[in-house]
Each structure stands twice: as C-alpha cells, then as structure tokens.
Write a protein that binds this ligand. Structure first.
Ligand code: ZN
Length: 245
C-alpha cells in the first residue's frame, strides 16, 4: 500500500490542494490532526478530507474549535483564529471534528497528533522526550505532527551493549527504510511549516517496501495570505507562512 500521511493542514486549502496534486496514485490517506485553525478555509479542508475518505485524528486546534479545550492555553493570535474558526464551522464540519479520535492504530502503525503519550498537547522536540514516548506505543512505528517541524527518531539496539538507543534523524527528501528498529516520525506540516522552509510537507509511506519518503511542495502562499486578509485573521499569521516560522 502507498499511503499519504499529512498533518497540520491548518485550514490552508491552497497548500493542501498542492499536496493532493503532488502525491499521484495512493491507496489511503492518513491525517494527524490540526485540520483547522490559523488558516482561512476550515470547512473546505474538512470537506476535502471527507471526500478523500481520510483516516483522521484530532489535534489541539480541532478540539479548541469545537470548544473542547480552554482557549487560555493558546497564544493571542492562535486564540483569535480559534474563535474565528468556530464561527465558520457548519454543523457537518463541526460533527466531523467532534467525531475524531485522539489517537488511532492503523494496522502496524500508531497515529497521534502531538505524541503517543499525550496525543493532543505534547511537543516531541528532543531525543529525551522521544525516548520516553517509545514506551507509549506498541507498534514498531508511530507517526506524529504538532510541532510543524519534520524530524524522526529511531530506536535501535546498540551493537556493543545490546541496549536500545535512540538517535535523532534530520529530514531527508529521499526514501528512508523503516524495516529495522522502531521509529517515531514527525511528518511536518502541510499548512504552516515552522522549520524555516515555507513549502508544504508530507510523507508517503510504502508498506510493502517498508519505507517512507518526505515530500516538499511549493504552493501559492500569496493566495492563502490574500484569503486570510479578506477573512480578517491576524496579520502575524499571514506573515509567518512566507518565512516558514
Ligand atoms: Zn498544528
């Protein structure tokens, strides 16, 4: 099976459509949450995921938009965007977000938004938190998002001591094998990258070959920015799309 894995679309329809156009033939689509929030097209992004029959889990912005999280946890611009998003949701888009689970087991793979240990909120930002999270899932591989930064952590046994050791694996844009050891893979963000590269990011998983491939996709950022301006979303959110921060 060839599976596209996306995360943190954040209501950025031009970015999501560019990714859909990029992936070619796929057998399934998995989405790791934060479908909405920040961006100008929350309902269209929900509709697109539904049309594509995505397997989808919830992120913190999805829960905030349906009133399941306290806005005190969000920064000023993020909270403002959450309130704007909540006002846009149609009953059917709201029902879709309400039905999303907070983590999901898909065959041999665990899917979580932030981390397998605390799926809605935890940011896995370093080797130590990755190490602790390997104990929180039972499959060989887990896919996450939430930080908007593509990175991977691999657990393999040290040839000298036989003890499991976790290494940090910076993103590469070619096929990576996952047939040895265990892997915690952050797929990056479609709609609001924060690693200094503004292109939309996602992953193609090949379950037969036991590999994953990261993809970078150029999209029309000015299109999204213009839609945000028309919607009255905070300026700072428009600017950051251009710099990927
Ligand atoms: Zn997010």
């Amino acid at each position: 099976m060839r599976i596209a894995i996306v995360s943190d679309i954040h209501a950025n329809l031009p970015a999501f459509d560019a990714v859909v156009a990029d992936w070619g033939q796929i057998d399934a689509l998995w989405c790791l949450g934060d479908v909405v929030g920040y961006g100008p097209d929350p309902v269209a992004c929900v509709d697109r995921l539904r049309d594509l029959e995505a397997v989808c889990i919830a992120g913190n912005h999805d829960w905030a938009a349906i009133g399941r999280l306290d806005l005190a946890e969000f920064s000023g611009a993020a909270a403002e965007a959450v309130r704007w998003t909540a006002r846009q949701l149609t009953p059917s888009a709201r029902a879709y977000l309400e039905g999303l689970p907070d983590r999901h087991l898909e065959g041999q793979f665990t899917l979580a938004h932030g981390s397998p240990r605390a799926p809605i909120w935890e940011y896995v930002l370093d080797r130590r938190s990755a190490e602790e999270n390997f104990a929180a899932f039972s499959t060989a591989t887990c896919f996450i998002g939430h930080t908007h930064r593509p990175i991977a952590y691999a657990m393999r046994s040290d040839p000298a001591t036989g003890r499991p050791t976790v290494t940090v694996e910076p993103p590469v844009y070619r096929e990576v094998a996952i047939d040895q050891g265990r892997h915690l893979i952050n797929v990056g963000s479609v709609g609001q990258p924060r690693d200094g590269d503004p292109t939309a990011r996602y992953v193609i998983l090949d379950t037969e070959r036991q590999t994953y491939l990261r993809r970078r996709v150029v999209y029309d950022i000015t299109d999204t920015q213009q839609r945000m301006r028309q919607s009255g979303l905070p300026d700072v959110l428009q600017y950051r799309l251009a710099v990927g921060r």
